[in-house]
Design a protein around this ligand. Structure first.
Ligand code: SAM
Length: 328
């Protein structure tokens, strides 16, 4: 669908929703230090949509909001049985792109099914290659299991992107080794600048642990030559081509905010729509799920208008929400 004919509201910056991120569940088998403060594993939320409701919600948003790209996330999307029900059905919606963000812990045995269903690409979160640092940061899971799942994805022909959040007190020394690991295997590594979310939103820990784009590039520059390349208009990542082959990206939430071209819409596991990670403002989609389709579609534009208004004009300003609730 070209954007001129796509349904859904447009704001004064020309932003419309095109990318839908769905948090299948708030539950996670990790408790990453930057995501949750107390090391407690994340549980499913009290009133999560069931698989049928989730499917209906996504179908509605695809039809009424001009969504053409879908990403399943969480929490950890592979800890819920909803995933196995939803995934093949979502692949049949005729979207331009369906993808998945996972920590990789439960991924290995699912790779054949994912590849057979037509999944082309997958994002796997990995913050370090050091087993000790991994345990300290993720507070769950096992590094060797993730590395084996990455190999299984590559063997199955999936395009793999790795997501790493650089955190000064734990994985700064891994910034270049992670890139080498990714380049050696033909994967693109994306560094996600630490975001002021949840317990980090108003905390000195954020300032101490934040590592910005300039520092990341300086560390990489000690070992590699690279140059900045063009990225699509609504891409959140700045991309760099490495001399000798391969590329990496940086998602510079703080260093070079990209809010003015953000096209993301988020659906939480409880059925709420969010327009921005900086804002806890949300609209309940759940009541529409019980309505006949035409009636639901008629009521959707008002919800989308209100959701679009939550987007920041320029920069991410931080939020008290934890990523798991609305999906990273
Ligand atoms: N469990 C899945 C995973 O690990 O990929 C999906 C959900 S997780 C919330 C999605 C991404 O958000 C992960 O790459 C994680 O590192 C990132 N994330 C969580 N909290 C963050 C924060 N405060 N700043 C930057 N990235 C964060």
């Amino acid at each position: 669908m070209n954007s001129a004919s796509a349904p859904g509201p447009v704001d004064r910056f020309g932003r419309r929703f095109r990318n839908l991120r769905v948090s299948l569940t708030a539950a996670c088998n990790y408790a990453c230090t930057y995501c949750v403060p107390d090391g407690k594993r994340l549980l499913r939320a009290d009133r999560e949509l069931d698989a049928e409701q989730m499917l209906r919600a996504i179908e509605l948003l695809v039809a009424g909001a001009g969504i053409d790209r879908l990403r399943l996330t969480g929490g950890e999307p592979l800890v819920t049985p909803k995933f196995d029900y939803l995934f093949p059905r979502l692949m049949d919606l005729g979207l331009e792109d369906v993808s998945l963000t996972t920590n990789g812990q439960l991924l290995g045995p699912k790779v054949p099914l994912l590849a057979a269903s037509g999944l082309q690409r997958i994002n796997i979160s990995l913050d370090t290659l050091d087993p000790k640092a991994f345990r300290a940061l993720a507070r769950g899971g096992d590094l060797a299991t993730v590395l084996a799942a990455i190999d299984a994805c590559l063997d199955a022909g999936l395009k793999v992107k790795l997501n790493m959040v650089p955190v000064r007190s734990s994985n700064r020394s891994q910034i270049e080794p992670m890139l080498r690991y990714a380049l050696d295997r033909g994967m693109e590594l994306r560094y996600i600048e630490l975001m002021r979310m949840g317990h980090l939103s108003h905390s000195a820990a954020f300032d101490q642990d934040f590592i910005g784009m300039e520092e990341i590039l300086a560390l990489i520059g000690e070992h590699h030559s690279f140059e900045r390349t063009e990225a699509p208009f609504d891409s959140t990542a700045r991309r760099f081509a490495v001399a000798g082959g391969g590329a990496f990206g940086i998602i510079p939430n703080e260093s070079e905010p990209f809010c003015s071209s953000c096209t993301r819409l988020r659906l939480s596991s409880e059925g709420d729509l969010y327009g921005c990670l900086s804002s806890s403002a949300h609209q309940a989609l759940r009541p529409l799920l019980a309505l006949p389709r035409e009636e639901a579609l008629a009521q959707l534009p008002a919800l989308l208008e209100a959701t679009l208004k939550a987007k920041q004009p320029v920069a991410f300003t931080g939020g008290t929400m934890v990523m798991k609730f609305i999906g990273g």
